[in-house]
Design a protein. Structure first.
Length: 345
């Protein structure tokens, strides 16, 4: 981390993004290397990770000579075919591929921390993160369920996860926790926060007057209290509070039909109550299309909507389409953010 301290002084060009390598034991390094074979992304990305891990990833693609370890952002060389890497860690040996390993968890975390530092210092417009593994983080003594929680703690921001593709956008009230715990966490404050962030997120997509649908927690949205009273007791009052703020929120809608209605164009964003309720509909439409967006941060953060895929790691067959979509989305959101800052709300 000390190697990166010198770069945290001057603003970065708005088009530059920090791209983290992900868990070294998964497909992250491979899809990152494959994506950075594109000259345009190589120019616009600051690769953050471990030199040994990423050199192996590029060499596996026959492109080892492209990688250059830079001392700082100001030391980066923009030459045809060149990929600049900032070292967030320096592993003495490569961790095993396709398995949980503490060294991989620590190296992945170090890369994320370094990328957050760059974004908070204004040296990059945002960060795009390759997949990390929760068990590897835990093995390294890092008790975070995922990127979202790391970002929330490091920035001190109230955040929400949005998963988006060309057909659906969903924002989660609760994220990485047991279903029993999700029910407890989905209180009035969490509902209102998610609705507000969904509204802001949709505005970032250029939607002037977003229509926010809030899904119910229980089957048939509680069926008037027959199947649970969370809708009446918590969710409906939160929707009413958001409407008083001028947000076009409605519901609670039955979770088994609201995504279909959103896909048909009735709603711009669906606020889902828990992880699988919101993510299954989006992921069902294709992992190559979905992008994970963290709302509520002072900078852009996106990632692919898939995990480390230990089962295919190291085989050279991982598809980089979702990572490419995440980079495209980051560029789109950063451009919208710059426009908003120039023109005002």
């Amino acid at each position: 981390m000390q190697e990166l301290s010198a770069q945290l002084t001057q603003p970065a060009p708005p088009e530059r993004f920090a791209l983290t390598m992900g868990d070294p034991s998964g497909i992250g390094p491979e899809i990152v290397a494959r994506t950075l074979l594109n000259a345009e992304w190589a120019r616009r990305c600051v690769l953050v990770g471990d030199p040994r891990v990423m050199r192996q990833a590029f060499e596996a693609l026959g492109a080892g000579a492209r990688l250059r370890v830079a001392a700082s952002i100001d030391d980066m060389v923009h030459a045809p075919g060149m990929v600049n890497l900032l070292a967030a860690s320096r592993l003495e040996a490569l961790p095993p591929v396709g398995a949980v390993h503490a060294a991989s968890g620590r190296a992945a975390f170090d890369a994320v921390e370094a990328a957050i530092d760059l974004a908070q210092a204004g040296r990059v417009a945002g960060i795009v993160t390759a997949p990390i593994h929760k068990e590897a983080l835990a093995a390294a003594g890092l008790c975070y369920p995922g990127h979202t929680e790391i970002l929330a703690e490091r920035t001190g921001c109230s955040v929400a996860m949005m998963l988006a593709n060309d057909e659906l956008r969903t924002v989660l009230v609760t994220v990485h926790c047991a279903l029993r715990e999700a029910i407890e966490r989905a209180d009035f404050a969490a509902q209102v926060s998610a609705i507000r962030l969904a509204h802001r997120g949709a505005r970032a997509f250029g939607i002037a007057a977003p229509r926010i649908a809030v899904a119910g927690l229980n089957p048939h949205a509680g069926e008037g209290g027959l199947f649970g009273d969370e809708e009446q007791r918590t969710i409906a009052p939160a929707i009413a509070a958001a409407r008083r703020e001028g947000i076009d929120a409605s519901g609670p809608w039955p979770g088994d039909t609201v995504f279909m209605q959103a896909r048909q164009g009735r709603f711009d964003v669906v606020v889902a109550q828990y992880h699988d309720q919101g993510l299954i509909p989006v992921k069902y439409l294709g992992l190559d299309k979905g992008v994970n967006i963290t709302l509520g941060l002072p900078f852009v953060r996106t990632s692919p909507d898939h995990g480390t895929a230990f089962d295919i790691a190291g085989r050279g067959i991982a598809d980089a389409a979702s990572l490419e979509a995440a980079l495209d989305m980051a560029a789109r959101l950063a451009a919208a953010h710059r426009t908003t800052r120039k023109t005002g709300p």
